[in-house]
Ligand binder design. Structure first.
Ligand code: KG4
Ligand code: ZN
Length: 338
């Protein structure tokens, strides 16, 4: 069985193709991604209208490139992200997937984007045992409990304000590091002392929800620090600010993820989403998983960011699990819960 996955929930137009094997593994046949990230840079964030228009221009060429790369004329099924994501952006991928499913007379599967971020790890590391997944990107911050990829996923917690990647981008902007700011902030932090400034750890009090996150407090604390330094005419210690901010975010993310894994009784933690490229989030997750006796699974950066392969891989698991196809009338759902 060969499955095509279509992803257009944010600023990446992704078309991926995988082959499902009966031993429960997927083989990557094609991975085409067109990103509109550069078109959003001067606005300092993703502009929904620009993203939708870019998807419209990119989607059919991406499908053609994926088919050519896989060396096939058509797949056996199409899986598509119906949410969560930007309304107009989702519509483009879903309309394209429906059109191709109808034209090729093959089944369509409507999927949740978040499950894809977990499923994609199986391409590199094999079948997924029950796990807790920590998803961190510019659009989402979620702790999920996954028992079986073909089954519904339970959300343990999520951010109550900014997504983790969004906080990186906003703090990078405060420090004039450009957009997307996450990679630049990570690089600046490499030369700083993570213990130099005590930024707050959001939602870690005894009365706070154990698996929810808040990053607006640490972001505001950085803004206050910058304002005070400017008022007093002090030079900004950018590497120290970046390292201390990054330490706060990585600390809260990994602390809560490990606690969740312990509480639900799994021995695997999976990371996903573009912000898992962050060097400190990775290294701290590695250290803390080793201490807690947990196995850490992290897909390579290329597969952590949004792509079509993750939707194809989730689709293959869902189909193999016996799910019924979705009707061609299936709607997008920008606020789709897990
Ligand atoms: O998954 P992704 O490519 O797109 C979505 O947001 O869905 O994630 C992009 C986010 C951006 O906020 C970016 O700043 C952040 O991931 N990011 C990083 C790093 N690389 C990317 N954040 C911190 N450190 C990094 N090295
Ligand atoms: Zn994503």
């Amino acid at each position: 069985m060969i499955v095509m996955g279509v992803e257009s929930s944010c600023d990446e137009t992704g078309v991926g193709i995988v082959r499902w094997h009966d031993d429960g593994t997927c083989e990557l046949l094609a991975d085409e991604v067109a990103s509109s990230v550069e078109q959003h840079a001067r606005f300092g964030g993703v502009v929904p209208e620009i993203a939708s228009r870019a998807h419209l221009e990119a989607i059919v060429p991406a499908m053609r490139r994926a088919l050519a790369a896989a060396g096939i004329a058509r797949p056996d099924a199409i899986a598509v992200t119906i949410g969560p994501g930007l309304a107009g952006a989702l519509l483009v991928g879903v309309a394209a997937a429906k059109a191709y499913a109808a034209a090729w007379d093959i089944p369509l599967y409507a999927l949740n984007h978040l499950g894809g971020h977990v499923a994609v790890d199986t391409l590199e590391h094999g079948p997924m045992p029950p796990c807790v997944a920590l998803l961190v990107s510019g659009g989402h911050t979620h702790l999920l409990h996954v028992t079986e990829l073909a089954e519904p996923i339970t959300e343990l917690g999520s951010t109550v304000d900014d997504a983790a990647g969004e906080a990186f981008d906003k703090v990078a902007r405060l420090l004039d590091l450009g957009f997307p700011g996450g990679p630049a902030l990570d690089a600046a932090a490499a030369h700083g002392d993570p213990r130099s400034i005590a930024f707050p750890r959001g939602m870690t009090g005894p009365r706070d929800a154990p698996y929810d996150f808040s990053f607006s407090g640490v972001k505001t604390a950085v803004a206050r620090y910058v304002e005070a330094a400017q008022r007093e005419g002090r030079e900004l210690p950018i590497p120290d600010i970046a390292a201390s901010f990054q330490e706060s975010v990585a600390d809260v993310l990994t602390r809560k993820a490990i606690r969740a894994a312990r509480d639900v009784g799994v021995d695997t933690l999976v990371l996903g989403g573009g912000a898992t490229a962050n060097s400190r989030i990775r290294s701290m997750a590695q250290e803390r998983c080793a201490t807690a006796g947990l196995t850490l699974r992290v897909p390579k950066p290329r597969l952590c960011t949004d792509n079509g392969v993750m939707i194809a891989t989730l689709g293959a698991h869902v189909i193999a699990g016996g799910a019924k196809p979705s009707p061609l009338t299936v709607a997008t759902d920008p606020g789709l819960p897990v």
